[in-house]
Ligand binder design. Structure first.
Ligand code: LLP
Length: 429
């Protein structure tokens, strides 16, 4: 979470706006996203990475928070866009993204998605496996196109994060394994194709990483690969993509990392490698998602029932839950929260914040401190919900997805309207 401000009414202020007024005006549950903060984060990436080093690109991993507005904000700030499905590409194009700045990821792209992406001149395919390579080659030859690609490798690094978001280890569904016979066959095939232009390699070690160790280990493996394929296969490597995963601060005790904590040592290592190998510096990509948006977002709820179990626990129930934020039930994620209309009061009571679904795992914050004055009707704010909340939301128990409001220095506007009950049955025949 970020430091927050409390106004004279004792209300939490976020993005320059009184959050209690936002809840009143737009209803709850409500995602509130601070555009100013997203812009700041993009600028920090520019200052410390893309403007600092020649031939570098930062792609926003839009799975973290994809709305048309957010795509427009980050691309306006100079970011490329990482997408993982036909749907994400569709939205990116609809938001007006330059297709040459879109990267297309995914471990099981369908033929339809591949054709759609090639037809729309998507800048890079990050090819995950041989099956995809073959399908892409066929699609490009039928359409008479040449597609630039990066090959995703599995670096075999067991990253220090939750097992469900650890993506780079050997036993992973992502990327080609580096066993020499396997990797050389796939690389040769890509090099031989008239319709594929193999620019280089990609890795992504995992998400919410608090230190750069795993990235550096993966980079070492990647550079070994570059050395070998240059020597053995004569491949000139023009691009390296180092993925995302930079951690943010959700709760006290966690670190809000700097992108430069990761990029600086990696850039140093790549430069040194290129000097030693007498090769031109490749174009370097990074793909942060969470780091750009997690702390740009909060969720506002209304407190409903409060259940005290004497000597044991207090449950504070809110009007949302796992459908708008499934991260507790998936990863036992932790969050900080505050009663927005009593934000100036000391947090002197330990509670469990729970949702309204028929499921005991429907927890928003398993344990946190709120003011003991919390009561039904209060507005509750959960911090750091900008990443992987809106994009992972569901309609479990037929709860409509919340609205999203965009904030900028005290101004606010509706960005995504609230779903209605009618929306919930609209596709049912
Ligand atoms: N690049 C690739 C290829 C990825 O798979 C991901 C995330 C990223 C970049 C961006 O990672 P980030 O910078 O956001 O850590 N739903 C989970 C996170 C899943 C991450 C999936 N891949 C969560 O809520 O924690």
């Amino acid at each position: 979470m970020r430091e927050y401000r409390v106004n004279e009414q004792g209300h939490l202020v976020f993005g320059g706006c009184d959050t209690v007024e936002l809840a009143r005006e737009y209803g709850t549950p409500l995602y509130a996203v601070d555009e100013g903060y997203i812009v700041e984060r993009c600028r920090e990436i520019r200052n410390t990475f893309t403007d600092k080093y020649l031939n570098t690109r930062a792609a926003f991993a839009s799975k973290a928070l994809q709305t048309l507005d957010v795509i427009r904000i980050v691309t306006r700030e100079g970011m490329y866009l990482d997408t993982v499905s036909g749907g994400e590409i569709y939205a990116a194009l609809k938001a007006g993204t330059d297709p040459s700045k879109i990267l297309f990821h995914g471990n099981n792209k369908t033929e339809g998605e591949i054709l759609y992406a090639v037809r729309n001149n998507i800048g890079r395919f990050v090819v995950d496996n041989e099956y995809e390579l073959d399908m892409l080659e066929k699609a490009c030859s039928e359409l008479g196109r040449v597609q630039k690609i990066q090959l995703r490798i599995t670096p075999g690094v067991d990253s220090h994060t939750h097992s469900k978001i650890n993506t780079g280890r050997l036993d992973s569904k992502f990327g080609i394994s580096l066993e020499p016979e396997n990797r050389d066959r796939i690389i040769r095939k890509a090099m031989k194709s008239e319709h594929l232009d193999l620019m280089g390699f990609h890795f992504h070690v995992g998400s919410q990483l608090q230190s750069n160790e795993d990235h550096l280990m993966a980079l070492e493996i990647l550079l070994d690969l570059v050395r070998e394929v240059r020597g053995n296969l004569g491949l000139e490597v023009k691009e390296l993509n180092l993925g995302g995963g930079f951690g943010v601060r959700y709760v006290d005790g966690e670190e809000d990392t700097r992108v430069s904590d990761f990029t600086e040592p990696m850039m140093d290592a790549i430069r040194a490698f290129c000097v030693e190998e007498k090769m031109a510096m490749p174009v370097i990509y990074i793909e942060p998602g969470r780091w750009v948006v997690a702390n740009a977002g909060i969720t506002l709820y209304t407190v409903g029932s409060i259940k005290e179990i004497p000597g044991m626990k207090t449950y504070v129930a809110v009007d949302g839950g796992m459908p708008d934020n499934p991260r507790y039930i998936l990863y036992e994620a932790e969050y900080e929260a505050v009663v927005a209309n009593k934000a100036g009061l000391p947090a002197d009571k330990t509670v469990s914040i729970v949702g309204k679904c028929c499921e005991s795992g429907d927890i928003v914050v398993e344990q946190t401190n709120l003011t003991g004055k919390v009561e039904s009707g209060d507005v509750l704010c959960v911090f750091t919900t900008g990443a992987y909340n809106y994009t992972m939301a569901s309609n479990y128990n037929r709860l409509p997805r919340p609205a999203m409001v965009l904030l900028r220095e005290g101004e606010h506007r509706l960005s995504v309207r609230r779903e209605t009950w009618e929306d919930l049955v609209a596709r049912e025949l």
